[in-house]
Write a protein that binds this ligand. Structure first.
Ligand code: BGP
Length: 468
């Protein structure tokens, strides 16, 4: 089978991880501009001040994407470039930059797939309570509307938020992302609710403008599987799926929260402050959400936690590595001897993805899906001046095969975006953890170079994955 003509082969990036130019052309401060400069918060205190300088080199980068035959480029907009203080005046230089990026993509026939929020919140909003404060809901709605009106004539694919589970757990539980709070479960659940409401408002505004594109959200897809068939561990699997997946997917796709979690939150006094009006809006907007974006890297192998853990220290849990307790102390993820892991301890399992897709179909029916991120973080080998990232090719190949199989099974998958199009700044792992098809030489003026995977992906796109 060749992938269908309307299936998009793409690759992704995010503003803070590629752009740099953190204080240029009227951009406001973002929470990451501030947080990354607190000593010890990021790997070797790296930050995105320069990143890979995409702000100044977007033409060169997009030209390379075109050479790779990329059909679509997923990138994010930096909110603080557009509205420097979060909800005040619009910065026209910011609009100009993204107009240029979009036009450059279209010049080559590359479909721009735009994420509105990939974690860099204007610092003024962060200082006012960030996502735990409802002010951010209306600020986001305003920002989204500015973007639709400025870019919506050419951008027909919108993602509101990237990975709510990550920025909320890392921000309010693990202390590893801004605002850097540890184990504040009350604020954590409040923040997730506020994001869902902000998403719903952004969808409502988008539909009212009648721009006839599509809008959805991107979630981490981290399906949980019990390590065995014991009752305890099957319970852990169920619990993990409710907290890590259904809590996030249900309010978007069903317009309501899963009863299992709602009940527990009530018992624990953790119910978010939510109004009837907000809950009604979630319900009303569920049918207007056009797609779900899935960022899949690995499944979770889980077991019930038998020991009691210190629920105040989370620094190690935050890195996505298997072998950590869940923040509510109910289960733990387990590294298994018969599984394969990356250098960063992330399991490699394409089958885990396929089984998870089947689970999603069972729960949510035929919803349209895009793989908005998938890829291998590695330290790429350089041999005779060539970047021979064979493990990345193998990783993406295995996952694309699964995508093909899923489509054959009738799962409604419409595109695949590798993470990432170019080597970029990893939030917590600096420049050491590489993901790109394009290499960036940090010792040589950030010079770009094509990796082996660049040529391989180009071939996959040209042949529409026929040989997979
Ligand atoms: C996702 C984020 C991306 C990217 C990716 C890889 O969670 O959406 O922005 O960072 O993970 O993560 P890491 O760089 O930590 O390996």
């Amino acid at each position: 089978m060749r992938f269908p003509q309307d299936f998009l082969f793409g690759a992704a990036s995010a503003a803070y991880q590629v752009e740099g130019a953190w204080n240029e052309d009227g951009k406001g401060l973002s929470n990451w501009d501030v947080f990354s400069k607190i000593p010890g918060k990021t790997f070797e205190n790296t930050n995105g001040d320069v990143a890979v300088d995409h702000y100044h080199r977007y033409k060169e980068d997009i030209k390379l994407m075109a050479e790779m035959e990329l059909e679509s480029y997923r990138f994010s907009i930096s909110w603080a470039r557009i509205i420097p203080d979060g909800d005040g005046e619009v910065n026209h230089k910011g609009l100009e930059f993204y107009n240029n990026v979009i036009d450059e993509c279209l010049k080559y026939g590359i479909v721009p797939f735009v994420t509105l929020y990939h974690w860099d919140l204007p610092q003024a909003l962060e200082e006012d309570g960030g996502w735990a404060n409802k002010r951010s809901i209306d600020a986001f709605a305003k920002y989204a509307e500015v973007c639709y009106k400025a870019f919506g004539d050419r951008v027909k694919h919108w993602i509101t938020f990237n990975e709510t589970v990550v920025f909320c757990t890392h921000g309010y539980i693990f202390g590893a992302h801004p605002p850097g709070l540890e184990n504040d479960q009350k604020k954590y659940f409040q923040a997730t609710h506020n994001v869902f409401v902000a998403h719903a408002k952004a969808v409502q505004i988008y539909k009212s403008l009648k721009q006839y594109g599509e809008i959805g959200i991107t979630h981490v897809f981290n399906p949980a599987y019990s390590i065995d068939d014991t009752e305890d561990n099957l319970f852990a699997e169920m619990h993990a799926n409710y907290y890590q997946t259904f809590w996030y997917y249900d309010p978007i796709l069903k317009g309501e929260y899963p009863e299992y979690v709602v009940k527990r939150l009530e018992e624990q006094g953790l119910t978010p402050d939510w109004t009837e009006e907000e809950l009604t809006l979630l319900k009303e907007m569920a049918d207007s959400n056009d797609f779900m974006g899935l960022n899949y890297y690995q499944p979770a192998r889980v077991a019930k936690l038998q020991e009691t853990i210190d629920l105040t220290s989370f620094s190690e849990i935050s890195k996505g590595k298997s072998g950590s307790p869940s923040f509510d102390g109910v289960y733990k993820t387990v590294m298994m001897d018969d599984k394969v892991y990356t250098k960063w301890g992330w399991e490699i399992s394409a089958e885990g993805f396929l089984d998870g897709l089947r689970m999603l179909k069972e729960r949510y029916g035929d919803v349209k899906l895009y793989v908005t991120e998938n890829g291998l973080g590695d330290e790429d080998p350089i041999i005779d001046n060539e970047i021979v990232d064979v493990p990345r090719i193998k990783y993406i190949e295995e996952h694309l095969k699964v995508v093909k199989r899923a489509i054959e099974e009738g799962i409604n998958l419409k595109g695949y975006y590798a993470w990432s199009v170019i080597d970029l700044l990893s939030w917590l792992n600096g420049f050491k953890k590489q993901y790109g098809f394009i290499y960036v030489d940090h010792k040589n003026n950030l010079e770009r170079k094509k990796k082996l995977s660049f040529h391989w992906y180009k071939h996959i796109i040209e042949t529409r994955g026929e040989e997979l």
